[in-house]
Design a protein around this ligand. Structure first.
Ligand SMILES: Cc1ncc(COP(=O)(O)O)c(C=O)c1O
Length: 396
């Protein structure tokens, strides 16, 4: 390649975050935001693959796919009724995971230089996608235990309207079990955000990746229900079947459908894998499968909280999430969490420095811990190792 070859300029300013590279089998991974491998429906998917191949293979192995292309959006529409979203299956576009749904939204809504608003902290994967789509300005708004604070957002929108300044194109929000904090947005704030989107003419990208992993059975109406024409609601099979299937979806407002189609070149997403997942869903009791996952993750969450309290006591603050994958730990005293993360790695446990999720990278003394990927025994061991690392940090 010639030395002056110029790669995509947004790559220069976009940070990537991979998992730990430690291949030691004794290492505990609390940094990975992954499901538990023992919960993957291996036998059921093997049978689904056999059946899908034999019954739908002649179409499913084409670009255009077989019966899953209509079945899957129909199935997703049924699940979305839990959060009061009622849309025809034609508005549901199956994507390569929720990640591609985020990317498509960013690419069809933003021009280079446009502004995207996010929660502080927010999911680093989405921030990366916005940057790569050319959103040069990403503004973060604080959250508390009830989700994003609406008033600062409203004030800024009003100020810009008065000054004739450009408004953001997109607001990215995780309403349920936010990554990394585990916080849920109150219904009142959902309604208020929807009203602001209508008043000031921006879209809300409502990332509901963890919606089904609800450990309390209380479902709140989606932001989408309050302004369906201004909200793209997205979800994924990654957390409920497996990230390796790479299937997610977006509920797309009718005016945007043609742009999404254009971006996806009019083709179907992984049609063969859609057939397999559809066959799995049609031939198994999904609800009892999901209930099993929920109860195991809830138990693992409790094991992690108990271990944290045992080893750290009031050195940390931790909020009990009612769903999702993550616990966000905050140290009560100023703590060098990036050094702690490095020391923890040497003690045999990986954790995520919270700074990856904050717009200004300050991290605020926080760590993100994932309680789903590791077994209860591994979780206890991991927290014990983290406590040893913390002792070492304190002793200088
Ligand atoms: C909030 C959130 N959105 C989207 C994704 C991406 O999910 P997918 O595997 O469906 O691309 C993740 C994955 O960790 C996530 O935490």
């Amino acid at each position: 390649m010639p030395v002056d070859y110029s790669y995509n300029r947004y790559l220069q300013t976009t940070r990537t975050l991979g998992g730990t590279k430690n291949a030691d089998p004794d290492h505990v991974h609390l940094s990975f935001g992954f499901p538990h491998s023992d919960l993957f429906p291996i036998q059921e998917l093997a049978e689904a693959a056999r059946q899908a191949t034999l019954e739908q293979g002649r179409k499913g192995l084409h670009y255009y796919g077989g019966s899953a292309i209509s079945y899957l959006p129909h199935w997703i529409a049924g699940r979305l009724e839990q959060i009061d979203i009622r849309v025809p299956p034609e508005q549901i576009k199956v994507t390569v995971g929720a990640a591609q749904a985020i990317e498509i939204a960013a690419r069809i809504l933003c021009n280079p230089g446009d502004e995207v608003w996010v929660e502080n902290p927010s999911f680093f994967g989405a921030l990366r996608m916005f940057r790569l789509a050319g959103a040069e300005r990403i503004r973060s708004f604080e959250i508390d235990g009830d989700g994003i604070l609406v008033e600062p957002l409203r004030e800024e929108l009003e100020r810009r309207a008065q000054m004739g300044e450009a408004q953001p194109k997109l607001l990215y929000v995780m309403p349920n079990f936010q990554n990394p904090t585990g916080v849920c947005l109150t219904v009142e704030r959902r309604r208020q955000l929807a009203e602001l989107a209508q008043t000031y003419g921006f879209y809300i990208l409502e990332d509901d990746a963890y919606m089904e992993l609800n450990y309390s059975d209380a479902f709140e109406p989606a932001i989408h229900t309050f302004a369906p024409e201004h909200v793209i609601h997205i979800g994924t099979f990654s957390k409920i079947v497996g990230p390796g299937v790479r299937l997610g979806w977006a509920v797309v407002p009718p005016v945007l459908l043609k742009y999404v189609q254009q971006f996806m070149s009019g083709s179907q997403t992984n049609p063969y894998m859609q057939e397999i997942v559809s066959s799995f869903l049609q031939n198994n009791d999904f609800q009892s499968y999901l209930d099993r996952i929920r109860s195991q993750y809830k138990a693992q969450r409790d094991v992690m909280v108990a271990a944290l309290l045992q080893h750290f006591g009031n050195v940390i603050e931790v909020r009990l999430p009612t769903g999702g994958f993550f616990l966000c730990v905050r140290f009560a005293q100023p703590t060098d969490v990036s050094e702690l993360t490095r020391l923890a790695e040497r003690h045999g446990v990986s954790v995520l420095d919270g700074s990856a999720f904050y717009g200004n990278r300050e991290g605020r003394n926080t760590l993100r811990l994932c309680f789903t990927y590791s077994s209860p025994t591994e979780i206890e061991l991991g927290i014990q190792r983290l406590a040893e690392a913390y002792k070492q940090l304190r002793s200088g």
